[in-house]
Design a protein around this ligand. Structure first.
Ligand code: CA
Length: 230
C-alpha cells in the first residue's frame, strides 16, 4: 500500500452498513476516516474539519449531496470530492462534475476500484494541477481523460484507460497479474480461476498505442506479469 501520509477522509453515505464498511476499509489502508450518515452531519463535519477527500453519496435522506458540493465551493474548500451515484443517474453525475466534483463512481462498485479512484484524486491534487502523465510519445490527461499518441487522440475503454494510468505510474516495474486485477477489478477477481482475461485488455491497449504510431512499451514478463518499459 502506498503511503497516504495520514490523509483525512470523510465518507458520506446513508447506508450505515456500507458507510461503516468503507470506513473500516480506508482506515485499514492508512487513512483517518470519518463518516456522516446524512447531509446535515456531512455539513457539520465538512465545514469544521479540513478533509483531503470526501466520498459523497448523492442520494441522502435530507437532501442531495450536490448541495454539499455547492456549499464547499462557496467556502473555497480544497477537499477532493468523489461522488457516488446510482446507475442511470447520468444527469446527477454530470451536474456533480460541473459543480466541481473530481470524479464519480457508480453503485455497485468494488472497493478496490473505489480505492484506485481515491488514490488518483489525491495524487492529482498533490501534484498541484499537473494532470498530465507522459511517456515516450504517449500523453495522458487525468482530468479530461484524453490520451494522445504522437499527438493523435486515441479512444480507450475505461478499463484500458485505467490500465494505462496504472502502467504510467509504475514505469519499468513488473506489475503482477494479481495486482493489475486487484487494482482494476477488485473483489470480482476472486470469482475468476485465471487472470488471463486481462491479457485481452492489455493486447487491445498495446494495439491502439502502436497503430497510432507509438511504441510497444507493454511487455509480458514470463511467469510474472507485465511491465511498461521505457
Ligand atoms: Ca443513498
Amino acid at each position: 500500500m502506498q503511503n497516504t501520509d495520514y490523509m483525512k477522509l470523510l465518507v458520506v453515505e446513508d447506508n450505515h452498513a456500507l458507510a461503516n464498511d468503507l470506513s473500516e476499509f480506508f482506515t485499514t489502508n492508512g487513512f483517518v476516516t470519518e463518516t456522516a450518515f446524512n447531509l446535515t452531519q456531512a455539513r457539520e463535519k465538512a465545514f469544521v474539519y479540513a478533509y483531503d477527500l470526501i466520498i459523497l453519496d448523492l442520494g441522502l435522506p435530507d437532501g442531495s449531496g450536490l448541495e454539499l458540493i455547492e456549499d464547499l465551493k462557496v467556502r473555497k474548500s480544497t477537499a477532493g470530492i468523489l461522488i457516488v451515484t446510482a446507475r442511470n443517474a447520468l444527469e446527477e453525475k454530470v451536474k456533480g462534475l460541473e459543480l466541481g466534483a473530481d470524479d464519480y463512481i457508480t453503485k455497485p462498485f468494488h472497493k478496490a476500484e473505489l480505492n484506485a479512484r481515491v488514490k488518483s484524486i489525491l495524487r492529482r491534487k498533490k501534484f498541484g494541477g499537473n494532470n498530465l502523465l507522459e511517456a515516450g510519445k504517449i500523453s495522458l490527461n487525468l482530468l479530461s481523460m484524453e490520451v494522445k499518441v504522437a499527438g493523435k487522440t486515441i479512444t480507450l475503454t475505461r478499463k484500458e484507460f485505467d490500465l494505462l494510468v496504472y502502467f504510467l505510474y509504475n514505469k519499468n516495474k513488473v506489475l503482477t497479474k494479481e495486482s493489475i486485477v486487484e487494482h482494476l477489478w477488485g473483489d470480482h477477481a476472486d470469482q475468476s480461476d485465471s487472470y488471463d482475461f486481462i491479457y485481452n485488455h492489455i493486447k487491445n491497449l498495446r494495439k491502439k498505442i502502436i497503430s497510432a504510431g507509438g511504441e510497444s512499451h507493454i511487455l509480458s514478463v514470463y511467469g510474472m506479469g507485465y511491465k511498461f518499459s521505457i
